[in-house]
Design a protein around this ligand. Structure first.
Ligand code: ZN
Length: 378
């Protein structure tokens, strides 16, 4: 097996079979009782059972917490903290997509710090500082999309109001990522496609953000290139390990790059998820072309570089958007809001405008602009 290891700044071990290294990595840190945080769907999979039995065979005592699925809530975190303490755990291993990582990071925070979770809400007046060190966090992604495994935030919703709250602290950054493409081969093709387009959108929006950050720009462009090479193959032939591995890289690169910020596509997507419960990756996928068309006139030179990154002969925004439409067709994600039961409502437009992501968009977006963009995406 060929596992590549690098620090960026997270230590990342990536390659086919990398998950087999988990036990040794934990033992090297004198960990005995890791809390395993995963959603109930993954806890029922064979690959998960195998992973747990390997830990037990190595003499570890994993305590599995999987009493949650879907949108992460504060009550999930509270139950997880109780579970962590009751089982006398000494670390957190987060296995899954965005939800498991969000819940697990928040559990790790509250396992050693006082108060309630939302006392630590980012930018809240009077928010508590994170005073105590968090337990060792390992993240094992099972999708290639959010890239949350290399991120320093956790998004948890209030049980009553359903408002999403962001907890942000450098300590939430997992200390080790184990990215094993074998864990993603069982993903349904639609999930592979939409999470992969989410990763693409992260890279593209981060690149288009006006903030000067050449390091992130380089990572974003290479992430775009990897998606152009691997997404269609990963969707059409789910067991292609090389394509799966490239998508895992692209997802992490998107997450690293969007420290710069995101853009108008994500504002639309967040509103669509809130109003119509649209899957995040799908929402981005549908909105991407209209949003890019809107952005094209503001930063044509950046679109030239995007077109170059995906290997096009013609370096223009139009060519890049057409490349995307062709990609969406190949991975079987139909465009058009009406195909997905979404219509333009005042609430949808209001929430898009209220979302913070478009503040870092290369072109200012007004309420009228949002309406025009949604109409374009119908
Ligand atoms: Zn996203």
């Amino acid at each position: 097996m060929t596992i590549k290891t690098y620090n960026f700044p997270t230590r990342i071990m990536i390659g086919e079979g990398a998950a087999d290294l988990l036990a040794a990595q934990l033992q090297a840190k004198s960990i005995i009782r890791p809390q395993i945080v995963t959603d109930s769907g993954i806890a029922g999979l064979e690959m998960f059972t195998i992973l747990m039995s390997k830990l037990q065979l190595a003499g570890l005592e994993p305590a599995v917490f999987s009493d949650f699925s879907g949108n992460p809530l504060e009550s999930h975190v509270n139950a997880g903290v109780k579970h962590y303490k009751k089982n006398n755990c000494d670390s957190c291993v987060l296995i899954g997509g965005g939800a498991a990582l969000d819940v697990g990071k928040a559990i790790a925070l509250m396992a050693t710090n006082a108060g309630t979770l939302f006392d630590y809400e980012d930018e809240k007046p009077g928010a508590l500082p994170v005073l105590n060190a968090l337990p060792f966090i390992v993240a094992i992604p099972t999708t290639a999309g959010t890239g949350s495994e290399v991120g320093r935030s956790s998004v948890i919703s209030d049980d009553k109001t359903h408002t999403k709250k962001i907890i942000f602290d450098p300590q939430l950054l997992p200390k080790l990522v184990i990215a094993d493409p074998l864990l993603t081969v069982g993903l349904p093709s639609f999930v592979t496609a939409t999470t992969g387009i989410d990763a693409l959108t992260h890279c593209v929006e981060a690149f288009l953000t006006p903030m000067e950050h050449p390091m992130c720009d380089g990572i974003a462009l290479e992430g775009v290139r990897l998606v152009s090479q691997a997404l269609v193959t990963a969707v059409q032939n789910g067991s292609d390990i090389q394509a799966r591995e490239k998508m895992l890289h692209a997802a992490m690169m998107g997450s690293v790059a969007f420290q710069k910020g995101l853009g108008v596509t994500h504002s639309c997507a967040h509103a669509m998820s809130a109003v119509f419960n649209t899957h995040h990756g799908l929402a981005n996928a549908i909105m991407f072309p209209a949003c890019m068309k809107f952005n094209a006139e503001a930063v044509p030179e950046k679109f030239e570089r995007l077109a170059q990154a995906v290997g096009l002969q013609t370096h223009s925004a139009e060519a890049f958007i057409n490349w995307y439409l062709d990609l969406a067709q190949k991975v079987d994600v139909p465009m058009g809001l009406q195909h997905h039961g979404i219509n333009i409502t005042d609430q949808l437009v209001d929430l898009s405008l209220a979302d913070g992501c478009h503040n870092s968009n290369p072109r200012k977006v007004s309420r009228e602009d949002f309406i025009k963009i949604f109409e374009e995406a119908l």
